[in-house]
Design a protein around this ligand. Structure first.
Ligand code: FAD
Length: 297
């Protein structure tokens, strides 16, 4: 390509012109110039080091459950962690999980199977372990980083392991993964629960089925402002059911913007802007996106 951004790489797991819409829960967005899908942590380290030496934008993608990709696609290199699915029992409630492991597998096959405490914090959250760590995904009952003892990261200086302490994470964010870093995975520490976790799991799964719309989306589009709920504010502005092209603010849950009928990136962005404008006008509250918008210049 004339811009110098590569569309080939010296790896068997490299793919040119890689469709990103099916790799996201929004099912929106054009292809990536180049995608790297390493199967081992060593391959991921080699791919990442190579990627850092290339021009153009870079992106790390896990389960794609919290990203909205531009229709023009991504004019750079995407490293997908989805094949890094290692899961290892280290004993004493400690488990090493790869970034690409589904968070639901960690919840079901480890926390629920061993009756570890905290199932209610992570039940029903789509996506990968790496994405959950990056976003500090969670619910009112807790969040992913709370269970993390150490995180394994790849950075410009290579691989490092970092002890995760509460000062390093916050509501839907953390402070240890830099812009050129990839989370390779981490060691989770769980404790035996006093009460049976199965009914807790069933309760929160049923709640999601009842309260959350099904379809192409990213879950909550906005973070909850302190002491309030983004969905309540958007609903109070009368925006449930508002449409733009194929996108709609869910009539069931106002913090969900659905790709209902072939929505484009611009359709979803128009509703994001509408919700932000109305909530600011009416309540003086600046909503902040939880969804990660992937639209390089
Ligand atoms: C129906 C639905 C319900 C949801 N409910 C919840 C909920 O209850 N609570 C909640 O917190 N979230 C929820 N979400 C949002 C989403 O599931 C979480 O944010 C999830 O943790 C994202 O993980 P992922 O692997 O899909 O990340 P992706 O969408 O792939 O990526 C999200 C961000 O993390 C970065 N990233 C991903 N993996 C890595 C890595 N290995 N290293 C460095 N950066 C990385 C990406 O670059 C991107 O910026 C919901 C989403 C949906 C669709």
């Amino acid at each position: 390509m004339s811009d110098g951004i590569p569309d080939t790489a010296p790896f068997p797991f490299a793919r040119a012109d890689y469709p990103l819409a099916p790799a996201t829960r929004y099912n929106i967005g054009g292809p990536a110039r180049l995608a790297l899908l390493p199967e081992t942590e060593d391959d991921a380290a080699a791919a990442h080091a190579w990627m850092l030496g290339q021009p153009g934008p870079r992106l790390v993608l896990g389960g794609g459950s919290n990203v909205l990709v531009a229709d023009a696609g991504f004019p750079g290199i995407v490293l997908l962690t989805t094949r890094l699915t290692r899961l290892e029992d280290l004993g004493g409630g400690r488990w090493r999980a790869g970034a690409g492991l589904a968070l639901s597998t960690l919840v079901r096959d480890v926390m629920l199977a061993r009756n570890y405490a905290g199932v209610g914090a992570l039940t029903g959250i789509p996506g990968s372990v790496g994405g959950a760590i990056f976003m500090n995904a969670g619910t009112v009952n807790g969040s992913a980083c709370q269970f993390l003892e150490t995180a394994d990261l790849l950075g410009p200086e290579g691989r490092r392991t970092l002890a995760v302490t509460p000062d390093l994470y916050d509501y839907r964010s953390q402070r240890f993964c830099g812009p050129d870093d990839v989370i390779l995975g981490g060691v989770f520490r769980f404790s035996p629960a006093a009460e049976d976790q199965r009914p807790i799991f069933e309760h929160y799964m049923a709640r999601r089925r009842e309260k959350q719309p099904r379809g192409f989306c990213c879950g909550s589009v906005f973070k909850n402002p302190p002491g309030d709920h983004a969905g309540r504010l958007i609903e109070a502005c009368g925006l449930k059911g508002a449409r733009h092209g194929g996108a709609v603010i869910s009539p069931l849950h106002a913090n969900f913007i659905m790709n209902e009928d072939g929505a484009t990136f611009a359709d979803v962005m128009a509703l994001i802007r509408l919700a932000k404008e109305r909530v600011r006008e009416r309540f003086g509250v600046a909503l902040e996106e939880e969804v990660r918008v992937v639209a390089p210049e």
